[in-house]
Design a binder for this molecule. Structure first.
Ligand code: TPP
Length: 191
């Protein structure tokens, strides 16, 4: 399964929710499927998409927040798993697209290529629900189950290390930041 296929399969689930992605390939693939004001692409701050998602989930308990993480990014901030598990927001879904590499900067293999089991680390950190997927069908099912469960879930899904056809995004970081902030503000005001 490619990242683009995985994201296309769950795109309808992303349309209404608050989405925070890592930078690079994942951001570009989601942007290519269609940008929305409720999508934030956390450029540069590698590892912190889950931390940002956790903060939003705690601040906006009526919203469902989905973080699109990468194996390299999560490995840079493993403590995020224990922090998320400590607060256990039921409105947070943490998806790890594990391509076993730092794809966006040339494909250097990460520790998941040599056996680190991120689902196992998430379980040992106390995450109440941890699911794994390898096919588009399994991934789609895992996402709908996780969203219906209203329980903090990490889904680790293996994806091929295939780069997007283009990394170009016609949206500056600041523009995305203000648009996303306005979207969050409106959601907070909504009854
Ligand atoms: C602190 C920090 N170190 C390094 C980088 C450079 N960098 C950008 S994307 C990336 C790889 C991210 O890997 P992963 O999370 O596995 O996502 P993938 O690119 O494989 O989709 C790196 C190292 C960065 N942006 N920030």
């Amino acid at each position: 399964m490619r990242t683009s296929e995985a994201l296309r399969a769950i795109y309808p689930e992303l349309e209404r929710r608050i989405i925070v992605t890592i930078m690079g390939a994942t951001a570009s693939e989601l942007y290519a499927l269609g940008h929305r004001p409720n999508f934030f692409y956390l450029e540069h701050s590698m590892g912190l998409a889950s931390s940002m998602g956790l903060g939003i989930a705690l601040a906006l308990p009526a919203e469902q927040v989905i973080v699109l993480d990468g194996d390299g990014s999560l490995l840079m901030n493993l403590g995020t798993l224990s922090t998320m598990a400590r607060y256990k927001p039921g409105n947070l879904l943490h998806i790890v697209l594990d391509n076993e590499s730092l794809l966006s900067v040339g494909g250097f293999p990460t520790a998941t290529a040599t056996g680190t089991d991120l689902a196992g680390v998430a379980r040992a950190s106390g995450t109440p629900r941890v699911l794994e997927a390898r096919t588009v069908a399994d991934f789609k099912l895992a996402v709908s189950e996780a969203l219906a469960s209203h329980t903090l879930t990490t889904i680790v899904t293996k994806v091929e290390a295939v780069a997007p056809s283009s990394y170009h995004m016609d949206l500056t970081l600041l523009e995305n930041r203000f648009q996303f902030w306005r979207c969050l503000r409106e959601r907070r005001r909504a009854p």
